[in-house]
Design a protein around this ligand. Sequence first.
Ligand SMILES: Nc1ncnc2c1ncn2[C@@H]1O[C@H](COP(=O)(O)OP(=O)(O)OP(=O)(O)O)[C@@H](O)[C@H]1O
Ligand SMILES: [Mg+2]
Length: 281
Amino acid sequence: MPVMAVVNRKGGSGKSTFAAHVAAWCALRGHSVMLGDVDRQQSSRGWLRRRPAALPAIAPWTMDNKNMLRVPTGITHAVLDTPGGLHGFELARIVMFADAIIIPVCPSLFDRESAAQCHAELMTLPRVAHGRCRLATVGMRVDGRTKAGEMLREWSEGLGIRYLGSLRETQLYVRSLEKGLTVFDLPPQHAAPDLAQWQPILDWLQPVLEPPQAANDPVPGAHVSRPLPLKPAQEAMVSGSRLSVLSGARVLSAGVPQAQPQLARAAAPGATRVLPQFLKR
Ligand SMILES: Nc1ncnc2c1ncn2[C@@H]1O[C@H](COP(=O)(O)OP(=O)(O)OP(=O)(O)O)[C@@H](O)[C@H]1O
Ligand SMILES: [Mg+2]
């Protein structure tokens, strides 16, 4: 099961925004995806509650009868949103599961310094150092054509981290997220510049999230995804012995949504689009 985590020590760098978008992209591709919210703020879980039921579903963690967080049955892809300040044992635990980590970085000096510390710690972990967990940065709330955008690219490449591009600052993200949407859920003509900015990011993520399959396997997105074989560490994650510790997970028993029933009929790309009120004006 491909697992992607969004990590940065710096609060407010866009982790939850980024994680929600990747989860929505997976859902639109027809995958049975879970957005795991490791953050006690539970921003992603709150966003999931707002997500319209008509859209391709994204599952949250589920809680078992021992009050432990679990990956729901049938999930084939996991996106993990993590809290600011994540480091040490908790960071290592995430890396143990992740196939790829994205570090969203805003352009200020403080943001860059914090991201550089996060990167330095990640590089001490063998899975990252040996390339089993791939690492990249994305510029957040910055126009790639500006000096700030170019400086961010140079900064990232100077540290030897792959820079995937930048996402501009726009209220489209803020308003979409308020409605449980992402820019991928909007009619493409309303989000064309932003979809274009996502393209190089998705090009990099695609082989991680949709690893090449055997020739006789069905094409991703053209069917309801079947569970992929789990790696040993992920098996442990699903059976709960390790994942349960991820977020000090005996929390949040109140208001936990169950995996949405329509998960089983995840839509083909572009199947359902809603036009939110803020786009109708
Ligand atoms: N591209 C963007 N354009 C405009 N606003 C954005 C953009 N990306 C993120 N934001 C806004 O920036 C704020 C911080 O984003 P987000 O909550 O995703 O960060 P975070 O790293 O998850 O924060 P925390 O560390 O507190 O969990 C939010 O209000 C979000 O709506
Ligand atoms: Mg967050």
